[in-house]
Design a protein around this ligand. Sequence first.
Ligand code: CIZ
Length: 299
Amino acid sequence: MDYIAEIERLKRGKNALILSHNYQIGEIQDIADFVGDSLGLAKRAAEVDNETVVMCGADFMAEMVKLLNPEKKVLIPEKAICPMAAQMKKANLLAAKEKHPEAKVVLYVNSSAETKALADCCCTSANAADVVNAMDSETVIFGPDKNLGLYVQKRTKKKIVHVPDDGYCYTHRKFNMNEIAEVQREHPNAELVAHPECAMDVQDAADAVRSTGGILKYAKESAAQEFIIATEIGLLHRLEKENPEKKFYPACDEAVCLQQKEITVESLYRALNGERGEITVPEKTAKEAVRAIECMFEI
Ligand code: CIZ
């Protein structure tokens, strides 16, 4: 079957919008109506009048699209459960809130709606430091990614309490300075651009530390012609497509988000055809979680 042609036909017939995260496989990025980071995707879904939105990305991204577009049918082709988002446990967050009653809670968008409902504000990797600095408390409970929390700690005078103690993205844990130094030896003129989910020694060695959207902007604007990229490998597709005259090298060939890569053109076809994988969020949770997302928009 020509899945691409079938997806195009179904999309038109069902007035559906296809969204792809920057970490999706190239074929999915190419067939999507919009490719971006989780926040950009959720905002995009709110701007259009399609009744159905198919989110090709991690589960928390589809949930966020649903939270911001409760009247739309939101489908996810595969469950794509983000292991980092799953590390943020409601019980741990409640315990931290009890221990630091004066602290505000800022949660990375890579978290469930259930835990977002307990937060004062959400953040992305693009705005984490700004959001934390905007909180009216001296202490901020932050999670689930510890490296992003450490990145913020370098950019704020507030005290960051990490919840959980050691939350991490297993894909970004793959980057290490030994391997990066080898890639740098092969490409001595390349700039190193890292994501804030990378370990601190990688962040410290980088020419720039940015979110996926920030990396795309940085690569476009920099005078450099070569870049070593320390984030999930899917971003290279967009970087190469948008900058055909520049060269991009992965800082680690194995930096793959296996959950996001479960989504294929075949599973996208099946989701659209059978309207499978619908996302629902209980009304009370949705109402509380949306408040934390709106706080981020206001900042
Ligand atoms: O917010 C996102 O989409 C993620 C997970 C990363 C980023 O830097 O864009």
